[in-house]
Design a protein around this ligand. Sequence first.
Ligand code: UDP
Length: 257
Amino acid sequence: MNNKRTRIYEGKAKILYEGPEPGTVVVHFKDDATAFNAEKKAVIDGKGVLNQRISEFLFTKINDMGLPTHFLRSLNMREQLVREVEIIPLEVVVRNIAAGSLSKRLGIEEGKQLPRSIIELYYKNDSLGDPMVTEEHVTAFGWATPQEMDDIVHMSIRINDFLSGLFLGIGIKLVDFKLEFGRFYENDMMRIVLADEISPDNCRLWDIKTNDKLDKDRFRRDMGGLVEAYQEVARRLGIIQANETTERFKPKLVKSD
Ligand code: UDP
């Protein structure tokens, strides 16, 4: 079935196909994992399914809060139907606790609670290695208007408050995460909507008691147990049952005589 569809784009972790109706896109979540601007690569069985299901769960909740997103519905374990949007070339990182590049750049110990949540902007450009930029660059180069940046910042803060509380309730600290936004055109109206995905691939999630990492740092730092960690997140969110693994979502070979 897949090869009959028109592929629009293949990225590091996802493939986009033309959707069944105009203005829609099918997002296929791959099992590929990449880090350090794709210098490190692996295929991790079951990762795509878990990310799709976790992202579906979180986007549904964010839609329910009244914040517009590109998410329409899941089509199967690995694929979702989304609105076609014009992606704004920014990675919006929200941080609550020091980790990763912030710790490295500013010499702040990993795990230190930040005095307030911090929003950082990165220009989405692989060949430049996604450099950090300020709102000045964003508006001067026309990547987004000042009004669009207001929407993006307000939505990011609301999403951070909501997700922080949601994860706290299941014993997880939301250390930091990355969001992407797009423009959605409806008749003569244009709205900024949340796009991309929210999953342990683009969040740092630490167990509240043990500080165990339940996110992609397990891959970045060669710790192993990535699928088990993502499964634990899905279990605590109530998406999968206690003893369920992604085994049962794998396609089975059907023999024909
Ligand atoms: N992040 C992401 N994609 C990127 C860069 C960062 O999803 O291309 C996420 C990352 O998973 C983390 C947060 O954004 O949750 C902050 O990442 P950081 O700047 O610390 O960079 P990293 O240490 O991942 O290089």
